[in-house]
Design a protein around this ligand. Structure first.
Ligand code: F6R
Length: 240
């Protein structure tokens, strides 16, 4: 992977935002892979300014994952978050932005349909990724197969406690998620993994320096020919 160390999350947002804007210039119907959580927020705020005034009505987007067990209109569902943080502020066309259907009665079918929709769109051009303190990408928790497709995963106690800040208490954090698999993520043409802060330093070092292991799902990036890792100094602090 190409490692870019920046001073601030805003600088990282500018680097990733510039790559996305370039892609959209070249390809007005670009397919973006979008992530939730705190990490991608500087990218979305950069894009708000960078894409202002451009025609993004044909841009398509697929989210990485969605909680299972909360309503679609729950304010912390990734459906709600992507709408509020990506679709509306960037002015994307709602019907072209997809999030896995974590509320489906048949989650296995919903997972198959999600992978099929990504394929039908011609694949993802650029996939934004955060990284969990336990080394997950998407919600591919430790033990995930590098060949995995979109499916239901059980969130680890670590991930649930990391995400408790978005809910009234840790008990309200869903226990499962529907997530793109590592194999799905690896099919994106360009991966852009971002991480900020001391709390991500160990996960970043393990992901970037290996060894490759299903225990650190983010080590899947070693299988990808075009991966850019953008970190601030704190997140880079355990890199050799
Ligand atoms: C979000 C996602 C997760 C997060 C990761 C880091 O769609 O798939 O892998 O990127 O949990 O979360 P933050 O950015 O909140 O630290």
């Amino acid at each position: 992977a190409e490692i870019i160390i920046v001073d601030t999350p805003a600088d990282a947002g500018a680097v990733a935002g510039a790559a996305i804007a370039l892609l959209v210039d070249r390809r007005p119907d670009a397919v973006l892979g979008v992530a939730t959580g705190s990490t991608p927020l500087p990218v979305y705020s950069d894009l708000r300014e960078r894409l202002a005034g451009r025609d993004v009505s044909q841009v398509r987007a697929f989210a990485l994952d969605e909680y299972v067990g909360i309503a679609r209109d729950h304010p912390e569902s990734y459906h709600s978050i992507i709408d509020a943080q990506v679709t509306v502020p960037l002015g994307l066309t709602r019907g072209l932005v997809q999030v896995p259907n974590g509320q489906a009665d048949d989650l296995e079918q919903a997972a198959l349909e999600y992978d099929a929709a990504i394929r039908a769109a011609g694949g993802i051009d650029l996939q934004l990724l955060g990284i969990g303190t336990d080394g997950h990408i998407g919600f591919n928790e430790p033990g995930s197969s590098f060949a995995s497709r979109t499916r239901v995963k059980t969130l680890t106690p670590q991930t649930r406690s990391d995400n408790a800040r978005f809910f009234a208490s840790v008990d309200e954090v869903p226990r499962h998620a529907l997530t793109q698999g590592l194999g799905t993520i690896l099919e994106a043409r360009h991966l852009v993994l971002l991480a900020f802060g001391e709390s991500k330093a160990e996960a970043v070092a393990r992901a970037v320096e290996g060894p490759m292991s299903a225990r650190v799902p983010a080590t899947a990036i070693h299988l990808h020919p075009h991966c850019t890792v953008i970190v601030d100094r704190a997140a880079a602090s355990q890199l050799v």
